[in-house]
Design a protein around this ligand. Structure first.
Ligand SMILES: CC/C=C\C/C=C\C/C=C\C/C=C\CCC(=O)SCCNC(=O)CCNC(=O)[C@H](O)C(C)(C)COP(=O)(O)OP(=O)(O)OC[C@H]1O[C@@H](n2cnc3c(N)ncnc32)[C@H](O)[C@@H]1OP(=O)(O)O
Ligand SMILES: Cc1cc2nc3c(=O)[nH]c(=O)nc-3n(C[C@H](O)[C@H](O)[C@H](O)COP(=O)(O)OP(=O)(O)OC[C@H]3O[C@@H](n4cnc5c(N)ncnc54)[C@H](O)[C@@H]3O)c2cc1C
Length: 676
């Protein structure tokens, strides 16, 4: 029987320790899901989709994914994604990217699949950079999945420095074609997801050469495999780059061209062009060809927030059923969730998950505004959003990695087992520190923007500063943290401003002492990245406060205020040394922050399970409940962990036979030999 209590679904037969947690929570998890996902409709749609997926057996994993070999993983992810495509139009709104993301994450898990990049990295650049004529030619085919594509930019020798990509696209005036060529091994495309074995088309980024002049990286639509035989076309070398830390259900690949010709019309030319006579038509912004990367980065905060939320759901539920050690009552061991250290490990990360998701929705909206403006020829918002998303991408991926790793350790030994699924989530999430721009490189992009802004403020032009950096010109007025969130923001603004100014001044001093600009930049790079992190963390705090301010439901507002206070105190404590250094923060204030932090942990404790339940991840999504199987493990909603860990172990392929060949071939002879 299921009893609904503030929508927390207390189910008969659930582990009583989890039931107790759900009963004591002070808010409605469905209402919280509305806040997390943006509206009642969006949250409800997620539940409906999860429910629909759970009723379709062919969308379930046919075996526990960690027991599969690489080939089996690719076969399984391809089986599921093609089966899913058959059902999609019935299950989701096909124009809704969030619904598509959600359903893929339910069905595929974190292993990746050969069509993931088709939708997220092949179609979007075609939409953004392709002309109407090019949309006519390829977009319909891509959307109907008549062709499969990927985004091939990174090379063996270059990923971060796109200007130095070595793959060339040389315009031939005589044939009006581009000749794609890979001049060296280093110039092989390397890493693109789904390139290795699955795609038959690629958006290839190559340096455009016209009459021996290099015009820098441009995007080209390239067919790489025959549509019938799927064999590589003559002049193309392509394959898989081998197993990775995660994403092993996907085929990241390499690609080389041997003077491979494509028509002039294959340069994606909505914003730039090469005319028949070789005349180059410039785009309205120098970095227009990088716009697709801003798009992906703008989605990463929400994405990473949900990755961390999944690991935390597993760890918090498990911590509520895991009993070990004693507190006051010596007759019953305590839930490990009652230990302050466990709470300190998990709750700030829950707060960051919420913060990243809220911040993510804002950045996605900002990107949509940019996209609309770009479509009408206005590129003035690009620089701001490039700077902002560069910082956010770097901070959230790093902190998500930290949070997931804490979740793993919070599960003790069982966290280390793949039955927890946390290692797979971790492998996938920390890929984000590297893909879509290596974190340090992207922090330094934001630092360029901050330095320029400080210079404007120094030149007495604070009016020229955009709203995101206006605080760089604010006067320093001491704050009383007791007055609430605004005081925390002011304290953070002071810290961030001071670091940006210090780093800029150091950079200027280096140059004044005769060091070249690039060398001076490098000598200040650590300080500059610190400024970027502080600026970004400030921005995330502000978005959290904005979101909580906008909530009307009192019970939700109260618990989110607790979470926000935890976030404010945790973040400020983490960077307090910057404010103690110049006396802006007193040691009394430091003590106040710590006490607030500990009291926030206590306030959140009764709501912890419901705060993670509110993300409403299904057991399938957490790989904690595989349809038709008993392998239900650590994060399962009903909390029955131990017997299912035992089922999981019994299902290990190693246990399908009592005596392994490793024993008969090697150990037995060794022991026999030792007896002689
Ligand atoms: C449950 C589901 C499971 C799984 C799914 C999850 C995840 C997905 C899985 C897999 C991964 C998916 C995708 C990964 C795809 C990729 O990684 S694609 C490759 C991405 N590559 C990069 O990001 C490369 C990073 N490098 C760059 O972007 C650039 O090289 C650079 C920006 C670092 C530098 O470029 P330069 O041309 O050299 O420029 P600069 O000299 O440094 O700067 C000059 C000015 O230009 C401004 N600028 C740079 N970029 C932009 C931009 N995009 N927009 C606007 N302006 C830009 C810069 O700010 C400078 O301005 P100034 O005013 O300061 O001069
Ligand atoms: C899971 C995954 C999926 C990917 N998918 C794709 C894809 O679909 N398509 C695609 O084209 N690519 C893809 N990539 C490639 C990815 O975009 C690049 O690996 C990434 O941009 C980093 O570039 P790099 O490998 O050249 O790192 P490098 O730049 O070589 O980084 C190595 C080190 O050098 C440092 N460094 C480099 N430049 C600077 C600098 N200017 N200042 C300071 N430090 C610097 C970095 O901080 C880092 O510590 C993927 C990568 C991964 C891991």
């Amino acid at each position: 029987m299921t009893m609904v209590f503030l929508n927390k679904e207390i189910r008969d037969g659930d582990n009583p320790d989890l039931t107790e947690e759900r009963k004591t929570a002070t808010f409605d998890t469905n209402k919280m899901a509305e806040v997390i996902y943006g509206s009642e409709k969006l949250a409800r749609r997620r539940r409906e989709i999860s429910q629909a997926v759970s009723l379709i057996p062919e969308l379930a994993d046919s075996k526990p994914l960690p027991f599969l070999s690489r080939n089996e993983k690719i076969l399984e992810s391809t089986r599921k994604v093609t089966a899913l495509n058959e059902h999609l139009p019935r299950l989701i709104n096909m124009n809704d990217e969030d619904e598509a993301w959600h359903i893929h994450s339910e069905v595929i898990g974190f292993e990746g699949n050969p069509l993931a990049l088709h939708h997220s990295l092949f179609i979007p650049p075609l939409v953004i950079q392709g002309s109407d004529e090019q949309h006519e030619k390829w977009l319909g085919r891509a959307k109907r999945r008549e062709i499969i594509g990927c985004y091939a930019q990174t090379e063996l020798g270059h990923g971060s420095n796109i200007r130095k990509l070595e793959t060339t696209a040389t315009y031939s005036l005589s044939t009006q074609e581009f000749i794609l060529h890979t001049p060296t091994i280093n110039a092989l495309k390397w890493w693109p997801g789904a390139l290795g074995k699955s795609s038959n088309h690629a958006v290839v980024v190559a340096s455009l050469i016209i009459k021996e002049q290099n015009y820098g990286p441009h995007l080209f639509m390239v067919q790489i495999r025959d549509e019938q035989s799927h064999e590589p076309l003559p002049g193309i070398a392509v394959g898989d780059i081998g197993p990775k830390m995660a994403f092993n259900g996907a085929d990241n690949g390499f690609l080389g061209f041997n003077n491979f010709r494509i028509p002039r019309g294959n340069l994606l030319n909505r914003h730039c062009n090469v005319e028949v006579d070789g005349t180059y038509v410039r785009p309205p912004h120098d970095k227009m060809n990088y716009a697709g990367m801003i798009r992906v980065r703008s989605r990463m905060a929400a994405e990473q927030g949900t990755f961390m939320a999944q690991a935390l759901t597993i760890a918090v539920r498990y911590s509520a059923v895991r009993r070990q050690g004693f507190l006051e009552n010596k007759s019953q061991e305590v839930k490990v969730l009652d230990y302050q250290t466990q709470q300190h490990r998990l709750f700030p990360a829950i707060a960051r998950s919420y913060a990243f998701i809220f911040c993510g929705f804002e950045t996605i909206q900002k990107y949509e505004t940019l996209q609309n403006e770009m479509n009408s020829g206005n590129v003035s918002l690009m620089a701001d959003l490039h700077a902002l998303t560069s910082g956010i991408k770097s901070v959230v991926t790093y902190q998500t990695g930290e949070g997931i790793e804490q979740a793993r350790m919070a599960c003790g030994g069982h966290g280390y087992s793949m039955a927890s699924y946390i290692s797979e989530i971790y492998g996938c999430a920390i890929g984000g520190c590297t893909y879509e721009g290596e974190n340090m490189v992207m922090l330094l992009q934001l630092a360029r923007y901050l330095v320029k802004s400080v210079e404007l403020a120094m030149r007495g032009k604070p009016g020229d500063l955009g709203p995101m950096v206006a605080y760089l010109a604010y006067p320093d007025i001491k704050v009383d943290l007791v007055t609430g969130p605004e005081a925390y923001v002011k304290m953070f603004q002071h810290i961030s401003k001071r670091q940006s100014i210090k780093a800029t001044e150091k950079f200027h001093r280096k140059m004044e002492s005769g060091v070249s600009r690039d060398e001076a930049w490098n000598q200040c790079a650590v300080e500059l990245t610190r400024a970027s992190r502080l600026h970004t963390r400030l921005y995330i705090i502000e978005t959290f406060i904005r979101r909580v301010d906008s909530i009307e439901d009192l019970s939700i507002k109260m618990v989110l205020t607790d979470l926000m206070n935890l976030h404010l105190n945790y973040e400020l404590l983490d960077v307090a040394s910057y404010a103690l250094e110049d006396g802006f923060m007193s040691s009394t204030q430091m003590g106040f922050i710590k006490n607030q932090l500990y009291s926030s942990l206590e306030k959140i404790r009764p709501n912890a399970v419901s705060l993670v339940d509110s993300f409403q991840f299904s057991d399938l999504q957490l790989r904690s409940n595989l349809l038709n199987f008993l392998f239900q493990v650590l994060g399962r909603r009903d909390g029955h962990v131990y017997q299912n860990l035992f089922e999981w172990a019994k299902s290990s392929p190693l246990n399908q036979t009592e005596v392994l060949p490793s024993v008969t071939q090697y150990l037995k002879p060794m022991m026999e030999k030792a007896k002689l």
